[in-house]
Design a protein around this ligand. Sequence first.
Ligand SMILES: N[C@@H](CCC(=O)N[C@@H](CS)C(=O)NCC(=O)O)C(=O)O
Length: 268
Amino acid sequence: MSLELYHHGSSACAAKVRFALAEKQLAWTSRYVDILKGEQFTPEFLAVNPKAVVPVLVHDGAVIAESTVICEYVEETFPANPIYPATPLERAHVRVWTKAVDEELHPACSAITYVVSHRHTILRSGAGSFEDFLARGTHEGTAARTLKWQWIQQGLDAPGAADKIRLYDAYLHKMEQALADSDWLVGGRFTMADVALAPYVNRLAALAMERLWENGRLPRVARWFERVRARPTFRPAFLDWLPAALAEEMRANGERSWPTVRALLGVP
Ligand SMILES: N[C@@H](CCC(=O)N[C@@H](CS)C(=O)NCC(=O)O)C(=O)O
């Protein structure tokens, strides 16, 4: 049996799959795609995923894309060490979280990561011309590609960037509510809902924005994240794959943007 994962250290949805694989104690082979250097656009990778995004799982030659789909596939294929709850109702509750992550939180995460940090990395190595940038990402569509260009060029002043940051913060508040009577998001035990949210809270930590839940602002989220970080799977899923230089750069860029984010969200 072989499991190969195409992934990148700073990709939140790839971290989600690494976390799920670690929790299920499944071994896998790394196929590292440096999306900050444009390796997602090589003909070799486009042959694996024409959408030019990670993660992609290859199981005995079969290709599965989409992080949540990959996690469900892995759960159904390898039922040991379950990460989905036993009852249909609780599974439905988990899926409400995973759907929200895929549809809303992930796009908000891309925006905040680009406007706060990746833009600096990309601009340093040369973003090229707008035309080249558009041509490289035709699969994303002109509107989405133009927006990404604005994130890179204008940072937090790009159209819609502030709304994405407010949306991200609204999810932290939803988590705070969900954790009112429980240590975990669904059904009182660690599930795929926690797997799905962890990379997004961790992203804010990587951008030095822990102050969004620290100092009593969102105490249940703070304790939940401590519990997540205490799992033995956290290091191999999250920390080991983020190159030290990139981790340092993201933190430093996040520190620089914090005063603007703080004012935007009215954090004391
Ligand atoms: N819905 C997809 C999203 C995949 C995605 O957006 N991947 C990002 C990294 S988190 C990527 O590969 N981006 C490449 C790029 O920015 O060009 C999933 O959940 O797998």
